[in-house]
Ligand binder design. Sequence first.
Ligand code: AMP
Ligand code: MG
Length: 437
Amino acid sequence: MKHSPNSPILLTSSLHVDEARKAISSLVSELLQESHAINDPADIETVLLDQAINRILAEDLLSPIDVPAADNSAMDGYAFDGKCLGTSSSPIHLRVVGTVLAGQPYKGQIEAGECLKIMTGAVMPAGCDTVIPQEFTASSNDESINFKSDQLKAGENRRLRGEDLQKGKAAISAGRLLRPSDLGLAASLGIAKLKVRRKLKVAILSSGDELRSLGQALDAGSIYDSNRYSLTGLLNRLDLKIIDCGIVRDDPSSLKQAFIEAASKADVLISSGGVSVGEADFTKQIMQELGDVGFWKIAMRPGRPMAFGILKPVSGSSSRKTLFFGLPGNPVAVMVTFYQFVRSALLQLNGASQTETPIVQAISETAIRKKPGRTEFQRAILGRNAEGKPSVRLTGSQGAGILRSMSEANCFVILSHDQGNIAAGDWVDIALFDGLL
Ligand code: AMP
Ligand code: MG
């Protein structure tokens, strides 16, 4: 089913969070299929490994070598020909004829009844396929070792050539959001540069007559614009190019001008404020002229009102369609809707194969009141209880405007749509603010 932002399904009075996510994901897929999408070859850049962190790999990284490049020892011990092993516990006696170190392959050949002292990572010498770990052997001198035949099987404690990665196969698949381990992996293959997607250009703006910039005096009824700063922080975690369009007044012509400017420069525009009932009317009018945008009431807390859709390319410019998120103005609602809807859409638009963050479970330390019929995102601190089990407690007052609840938290407790009240001791879903790596 095609989810145009204005299709009737999206105008129902209360949209389930999952339906909203699906609609967003299908619109992003449509954008990706259009010729102007971000996966154009012109949108791929080559960067040095140390610049590649948090970027998205644009094509499969094929291994130019087998890893390991040769059979090698997995242990410090003695290498020998496993044919001498029997099934009984009969003793084996081998003569030590030399030592093999990592990085210094042994050039000679060993005979039956002989072995070589070998270090972890050293190339297996010709004629040897098995390593007995040092601690399983007995020795009265440096010249020979004794061990029992049934302590190991032929081929044990040896890493095989290509066991980790085979030459020509994908070591990292296209679409990977590159993490420290991926950079290490590329370096281990001798690869110094990676092809990555260009950084998405994301414009942000705050709308509201009451908003003041930092450095300005606060007159009666005005507040500082905090949303652009939390959004900048959230976007910086994804390594994007941020275009800051500042504060825009609640006035149709300023708003229209700001949207046109953002649409001419950015792949995505994220605004906050101006989508709640009462304010949405004139925003809707502008959006009808500039694009195809749905105004949603989502069954969630915080973050009920949200606008989503596309802004048409600005005529006369070479710009593409711009994905538009009109987030609610409340500071916590901005962060929750970003986490729920925007983050995965940005990753998907930039070709990432994994766009979701992991959900884990913890025990709720207290009872939590919850009405079925909406998804709730409560701010909480994850720790451990007296028994060492993961446990969460909410951070103070949970109002949508109370940014401190968010600042003190390290995770969301996510209470699903149909869920009712939670009793102390119940397991609940949580999403950590920080990834594991
Ligand atoms: P709105 O969605 O525009 O009705 O705003 C909802 C609430 O969020 C109001 O109390 C606004 O003052 C507040 N708000 C809107 N935008 C911002 C912002 N950029 N920074 C801080 N608070 C905001
Ligand atoms: Mg407002």
